[in-house]
Design a protein around this ligand. Sequence first.
Ligand code: PMT
Length: 398
Amino acid sequence: MLTDKKIVVGITGSIAAYKSCLLIRDFIKKGAEVQVVITPAGKEFITPITLSALTRKPVISDFFSQRDGTWHSHVDLGLWADAMVIAPATASSIGKMAHGIADNMLITTYLSMKAPVFIAPAMDLDMYAHPTTQKNLELLSSYGNHIIEPATGFLASSLEGKGRMEEPGKIASIVESFLSAHEDMNGLRVLITAGPTHEKIDPVRFIGNHSSGKMGFALAMECAERGAEVVLVCGPVDLHIQHPRIHRIDVESANEMYEASMEVFPLCNVAILCAAVADFTPEQVANEKIKREGNNLVLHLNPTKDIAKSLGEIKQPGQYLVGFALETNDEKNHAREKLKRKNLNFIVLNSMKDSGAGFRYDTNRICIISANGETQYELKDKKLVAKDIINQLVEIMQ
Ligand code: PMT
């Protein structure tokens, strides 16, 4: 049920706007309070009177009322809502949201939104498949928005394909299960390390690795959505994340990641060490670009501080430590050795030998190993892998 949940329903200019009435009715039947924000184009497809009759509230479309000058505050709406659901979302509105073109009340409300945002695209199949639309959706997803994929079938253009807005009942149940998911990490503070580190050789070169940060960011989002306050310490990555409970600290080197993690961990209940931290760093960083002279260049490398091991040494009763192991051979034995040596509660093993697993992929295949045994999981999206890991964490914390 959605009892007492406050939902902003955003409607844009698509023929699928007629389905928004059913969506609103579903939300209200489930006990939610709904405020409609509609674009000028949306009003061409469905009248505000229909929508206000369903919600028993005036529909908001303009920044202020022409009639009496009342100011509609997008900032207040952003703070009021428990969720925003933009259904239907046209290619144009998706593009504006992705690029911050705040030229109507709906987009300013989206940009002010503190609550989770669900976006249900609706458009013709070619518009949906166009790389522009796909890139914009990827961007919105990387900011932490939830994209409710359109269904495949008969479209208003008479063509058949992927683009029709998902059925209202399905959208309502996705939002309902999200909002009613018990926030089982409420009150917890979680440190997550993510991404690679870069160890400088000279002003233009560094030693790095292929970590994209995707696995760590998925974990951060999963913890935040389950109620935890997250401190995300990440190396140089090309990812964005947006959630009011995620506090991001950007670092570059293994030493910077160590300093940030050591400072934050005493205030945390949990640390999840997903970063691919360099094990070695150049003994000296050249002040000028190293010139190509002679046949060989010998770099002297010193070991970096092991963050996981250092946190394992200061871990207090009631604190939990989760590590990762990225292996290429004799995987389980190496993982078990790290579990022990770093004083971890459990370790998440992923192998470079599994296709679709590890660095850069959107998917991963993991085995969770603890002192009590091991569980092997199938290859799946990193968001679902994050769910499996956090389920395991929550279970051992009980
Ligand atoms: O970022 P993606 O592209 O999504 O890829 C995800 C991932 C492959 C990077 C991730 O799933 C993963 O396996 N991360 C750990 C990679 C790694 O460095 O593993 P390791 O076996 O070398 O290290 C063992 C553990 O010690 C890890 O928890 C690591 O974060 C930690 N460590 C290692 C060295 C060091 N100096 N400090 C550490 O804390």
